[in-house]
Design a protein around this ligand. Structure first.
Ligand code: CDP
Length: 222
């Protein structure tokens, strides 16, 4: 198979990472979870005791943050300055911090550069908010995944439930709505559907159906 790239964008909880992981597995390529990278910056700021609302402080911290994605038997793991933070980045406080630091130019510049380097070298499935618009404007296939807010909140709720974490569905819904608003309204690289992306509303679709649809779209393009 010749080199290809799939860009998957969409709002929180649309199923991007579950689908991207399965796709990468089936297609035998690497998966880059760019959201995990922004979450790691958010976590890095919190761990340093910084106010993540402070753009200058977070920007100054960037050169000290070494963020690496590595494959392991338990799936992809993310390391922040040598520590595995894959579990620690999955909570609402870090999600809110990620969405805030993602509005800062210095943060985006640094992360986008490393994302572009990876996709130059190999076939990749990458998911995030600006992948089709900024990181990989020439991607072989661009997908914009959506689902209703209620469905997305419910999916996130079930993910937390499965991990034994108690959350309130109403609070979770509010947090998702607030984060989507911040991601869509920010000045640099806001979340939006690229003109040439295929939009898939996943509200009433199973993961298998979505994966099949994306693979058939990729086949058409190759
Ligand atoms: O998994 P979920 O959809 O909740 O979020 P995520 O993909 O882990 O991303 C966390 C936050 O990082 C988002 O709310 C965005 O603000 C930011 N992000 C971004 O700005 N650009 C990306 N390419 C990926 C994530």
């Amino acid at each position: 198979m010749k080199k290809f790239s799939i860009a998957i964008d969409g709002p929180a909880g649309a199923g991007k990472s579950s689908i991207a992981k399965i796709l990468a597995n089936k297609l035998g390529c690497i998966y880059i979870d760019t959201g995990a990278m922004y979450r790691s910056v958010g976590l890095g700021a919190i761990k340093q005791g910084l106010n993540y609302q402070d753009e200058e402080a977070v920007s100054l911290l960037m050169p000290d943050l070494d963020i690496k994605l590595k494959m392991s038997e338990e799936g992809q793991q993310i390391f922040l300055n040598g520590h595995n933070v894959s579990t620690e980045i999955r909570n609402d406080e870090v999600a809110a911090a990620a969405s805030k630091v993602a509005t800062y130019t210095k943060v985006r510049e640094a992360l986008v550069e490393s994302q572009r380097t990876i996709q130059n070298e190999t076939s990749v499935v990458m998911d995030g908010r600006d992948i089709g618009t900024v990181v990989m404007p020439n991607a072989t296939l661009k997908i914009y995944l959506t689902a209703s807010v209620n469905e997305r909140a419910l999916r996130r709720f079930k993910e937390y439930e499965a991990k034994g974490i108690a959350v309130d569905l109403a609070v979770l819904t509010e947090e998702i709505v607030a984060r989507d608003k911040q991601d869509m309204e920010r000045k640099i690289s806001p979340l939006k559907k690229s003109d040439d992306a295929v939009e898939i509303d996943t509200t009433y679709m199973t993961i298998e159906e979505i994966v099949e649809r994306i693979i058939s779209l990729l086949n058409e393009r190759m």
